[in-house]
Design a protein around this ligand. Structure first.
Ligand code: AMP
Length: 418
């Protein structure tokens, strides 16, 4: 399948060529035709699948065709809501890249920075607005933004918005946009509240489901190091001293923890930067930019960077702390292995995190190699048990958690005792 076969107009095809895209990804193949027909869409897809282009291309094409000859000041015709500032910026970049040869103006607005440059751009008129919910409402309340001409509405990473407590703002925004519109709703997981929200804002949507979040990207090589809590930093330093690790994104559960890791790495002569919610927006963007441009080799992040953020050819993801919610593990490691490239995900598991690891195992149904052979091993052995084997009191010897074909469907894992 080629992009040309999807009836995409020449200027967008040209821009895709410039980006180096030759073939549409599965979500693009499935979503673009019904979106061209004006259908609403419910997309169950994680980042890394090419979902941004899947919604950006039809919107750009629709706007280019409908409003080619429009006169007067530009009005906001497309609104894209994203949960984090970094993701919003990335979406704006995509619209600009794919719409490079079109006469359309895109702007991104988000909080944490001065609103003046944003309001200046708004006053000259824009066609496509990418926004985080808080700043958008703020600017609407100050009358810098009117949403009454919106024809295309995209809600991206809806489940993350739920996690971040943004749904009340999102609902307020939905009340401000016309009921007659095309709505595109993307969520990696579909918890009850998200199902309810999608049901209330979508009109007979086409559903496109790509790689559910529980099926970890196959190309990622995963391993878990058994390490005592106090030794995690020593192990991280030890591993990062290996120069073959080109770029490493290290996830910490807390902001304070992220700062501590950066300091400790610094003391060990490993330069790193942190990105989390206590940093100013400028510091966050700079840290991300330096990392993307390979000026910094190590970025330490809280889950602010677990979703949506696209880093080309990121080689390693470290889970310094295991996340409380197993889906978060999948989002975190999904920062590597993007666009089909390989990647390595290394998790640290201390004694108190055994249950978290079990939950991850249950969700992903993938083999995670246990590495016991390193300079900072546990003084006790890692024991992984499934509810079934716990109930049976049984334990099997195995050196890695692997799904045997007979247990495949039952999602049952063997316990591990070294
Ligand atoms: P997304 O899921 O939208 O974050 O996209 C993941 C990555 O895939 C981004 O780096 C995109 O630039 C890239 N990408 C999107 N569509 C294609 C395509 N058709 N061919 C190759 N790469 C793509």
């Amino acid at each position: 399948m080629l992009f040309r076969e999807l009836n995409i107009i020449e200027p967008i095809l040209e821009a895709l060529k410039t980006e180096g895209y030759t073939e549409p990804t599965p979500i693009q193949t499935k979503a673009i035709p019904p979106l061209f027909e004006g259908r609403d869409l419910l997309g169950c897809a994680q980042t890394g699948t090419g979902k941004t282009a899947a919604f950006a291309i039809p919107i750009l094409q629709g706007l280019a065709q409908e409003y080619r000859n429009a006169k007067g000041k530009r009005q906001i015709k497309a609104l894209i809501l994203a949960p984090t500032r970094e993701l919003a910026i990335q979406i704006e970049d995509s619209f600009k890249a794919y719409g490079k040869y079109l006469n359309l103006k895109t702007l991104v607005v988000y909080g944490g920075v001065s609103q003046h440059p944003q309001t200046r751009s708004l006053s000259s008129g824009i066609d496509i607005l990418v926004a985080t919910p808080g700043r958008l409402l703020d600017l609407v309340n100050q009358k810098y933004i009117r949403l009454n001409q919106v024809k295309y509405f995209v809600l991206d990473e809806a489940d993350m918005m739920l996690d971040m407590g943004m749904l009340p703002d999102v609902k307020r925004i939905i009340k401000l946009i016309p009921e007659i519109r095309q709505t595109l709703f993307f969520s990696a997981t579909m918890p009850d509240e998200i199902v309810k929200l999608s049901g209330s804002i979508l009109n007979r949507p086409v559903t496109v489901s790509i790689t559910p979040v529980s099926s970890t990207v196959d190309v990622i090589e995963q391993s878990v190091y058994q390490v005592d809590k106090v030794n995690k930093i020593n192990l991280l330093v030890h591993l990062l001293k290996n120069k073959s690790i080109v770029s490493a994104l290290v996830f910490s559960r807390t902001k304070h923890g992220a700062d501590k890791i950066v300091k400790a790495l610094d003391r060990a002569g490993l330069q790193a930067q942190a990105i989390h919610g206590n940093k100013s927006q400028n510091a966050r963007q700079l840290a991300l930019k330096n990392f993307k441009e390979r000026k910094t080799r190590i970025l330490v992040a809280t889950d602010i960077a677990a979703r949506g953020i696209d880093i080309e050819e990121l080689s390693h993801v470290f889970n310094f702390d295991l996340p409380e919610v197993p889906e978060t593990y999948v989002h975190r490691i999904g920062r590597t292995g993007r666009a089909g490239l390989g990647g390595i995900a290394i998790a640290f598991c201390d004694q108190e995190e055994k249950l978290l690891l079990q939950d991850i195992q249950k969700l992903t149904s993938k083999a995670i190699t246990v590495v016991g052979d390193h300079p900072f091993p546990w003084n006790e052995k890692l024991q992984l048990t499934t509810s079934k084997s716990v109930a049976a009191g049984g334990r099997n010897k195995k050196t890695s958690y692997t799904k045997s074909s007979s247990t495949k469907k039952k999602n049952v894992f063997k316990s591990y005792v070294k």
